[in-house]
Write a protein that binds this ligand. Structure first.
Ligand code: ADP
Ligand code: MG
Length: 480
């Protein structure tokens, strides 16, 4: 075998066993190693740089090495080691350069670190626990007409950080998407300019870090971490009120970044002038670039936001349920999302479809709406109580335009089977009848058949919007 071939063979062997051995061990024991010879009888002689390496490798890795060798060359029978001090020499080119085997990996790690470096100081010490949440993008922020400007400003900044909108100051009341937009810019910048360093931090966290840095006397390393930042995202600056040292510290950071044309974005629950107990110099700097306000979304936008969230959470909900939520929660998108999440969690737990009734109940419990519009909980509840399985069977057969005989009968064709299973499902889940009773009502079927029907319907519900609508309409007919 030519020398070049044996060299490549040995590299391949190490690559093969690399994932199963600690990196440090490879770097230590395999450094400079090489295949010295492959004998006619199938013995491969591996040269190692030191006796320590020989002891270690012979004791631990012989089986792995032999297996890998045989995978690549099936004439190999055994492996032996030989210590060759020349392999330990610095300029030796005969042996493998183990470090280069990790070169690609390092590049990959570097790239990943770049994304997360936002929160990690140069020394590797963690200085902020908050990492950009990839869930927040400019794409999934629904601006509606009211918030076109903040959205457009964020888009502009993401494609040209440090440009004309600097600093960008976004304010608005709680739950209107300030953090969402701020982090979305961070994500977008890293996508557009992977080499930029983005730093996201809440003002609260900034204050904590200033206090810690003063206490531990590492103010200079605290300052250092902002030197390399290209985009600085500071959330909830109103928190700086009355925190004098932090304000001072931030004033310096701000000036330094601003002078070097680095992008600064700030959010707050009110405009700069209205933050009490904030240094006038900071107030005026905050207002120096562009100031935009987030406004509560109108009804159509709220419905669009709910639709977007359904897409993200992979939910299918009746449009009327979404409209109902949007009608009753008007001022805070976080609550809008919260009700949606809770409704879905409850429906998963109880195996019931989310209805206007269940959502109304959640809103009432949260006490979020003074008066629930479009639903009278008590009246509907009473109405629902009087239903029997026979009523449900009538409603379902009417809805699907089947006769009662077809609904109950034995025909397994889809157009009969699905309504039958849906009907059993509704009786089970809305009236709480036992499987046995339902089986009896459906022409004396076994309870396992009913169980199967209910499970089947649950499965279909997850992927079939039409059936979800069918069931919701039927339930409305039932007064649910
Ligand atoms: P704030 O920081 O203003 O209190 P957040 O940014 O934390 O509000 O937003 C609260 C929740 O509402 C987040 O899950 C966010 O994704 C969502 N949200 C707010 N506004 C919108 C919007 N216009 N489009 C999509 N989601 C939004
Ligand atoms: Mg926030």
């Amino acid at each position: 075998m030519a020398q070049r071939d044996t060299k490549q063979l040995w590299v391949d062997v190490i690559e093969r066993i690399k994932p199963t051995i600690q990196k440090a061990h490879i770097l230590t024991w395999f450094a400079g190693s090489a295949i010295l010879e492959k004998k006619e009888d199938g013995t491969v002689i591996v040269g190692l740089a030191t006796t320590f390496a020989e002891t270690w490798i012979a004791g631990k890795y012989t089986v792995k090495i032999l297996q890998a060798l045989q995978e690549m060359d099936d004439s190999v029978i055994s492996v032996q080691y030989q210590v060759c001090p020349r392999l330990a020499e610095k300029n030796n080119i005969e042996g493998v350069d183990v470090k280069s085997l990790f070169a690609n990996e390092e590049k990959k790690v570097k790239k990943v670190r770049n994304l997360n470096e936002v929160n990690v100081s140069r020394g590797g010490e963690k200085i902020s626990s908050k990492i950009l949440n990839e869930r927040y993008t400019l794409f999934n922020f629904i601006s509606g007409r009211a918030n076109l400007l903040p959205h457009a400003a964020c888009t502009a900044v993401s494609s040209a950080p440090g440009g004309v909108y600097n600093p960008l100051y976004i304010y608005g009341s709680v739950g209107l998407g300030k953090t969402h937009l701020l982090q979305a810019v961070g994500n977008e910048v890293l996508k557009n300019f992977p080499d930029m360093v983005v730093k996201y931090i809440t003002a609260e966290r900034f204050v904590t870090e200033v206090v810690a840095a003063i206490g531990n006397r590492y103010m200079s390393s605290f300052k250092d971490q902002y030197r390399n930042v290209d985009v600085f995202l500071l959330d909830d600056v109103q928190f700086f009120a009355r925190k004098d040292s932090s304000q001072q510290e931030f004033f310096h950071t701000f000036n330094e970044l601003y002078d070097r044309n680095k992008q600064i974005i700030l959010t707050s629950d009110r405009p700069p002038k209205e933050i009490d107990d904030l240094d006038e110099r900071l107030k005026s700097r905050f207002g120096m670039g562009m100031v935009v306000e987030l406004i509560p979304p109108d009804f159509e936008t709220r419905v669009a936001i709910l639709n977007q969230k359904c897409k993200e959470f992979q939910l299918i909900l009746d449009p009327e349920v979404l409209q109902f939520i949007a009608t009753n929660l008007t001022s805070n998108v976080r609550e809008l999302e919260g009700v949606l999440r809770q409704a879905v969690a409850e429906s998963e737990l109880s195996n019931k479809v989310t209805t206007i009734r269940s959502v109304a109940e959640i809103i009432r419990k949260l006490n979020k709406a003074q008066e629930i519009i479009g639903y009278d909980i008590d009246a509907r509840k009473n109405q629902a109580m009087v239903k029997t399985s026979c009523d449900v069977m009538n409603i379902v057969s009417d809805y699907y335009r089947l006769t009662m005989d077809d609904l109950i009968g034995q025909n397994r064709h889809k157009e009969f089977m699905i309504p039958r299973q849906v009907c059993m499902y509704i009786i089970k889940h809305e009236l709480g009848e036992s499987y046995e009773r339902i089986g009896a009502e459906f022409g004396g079927r076994n309870h396992t058949t009913v169980m199967h029907a209910c499970r089947q319907t649950e499965k279909i519900l997850k992927k079939n919007v039409k059936i979800v609508r069918d069931i919701n309409t039927i339930k409305k007919e039932m007064g649910l």
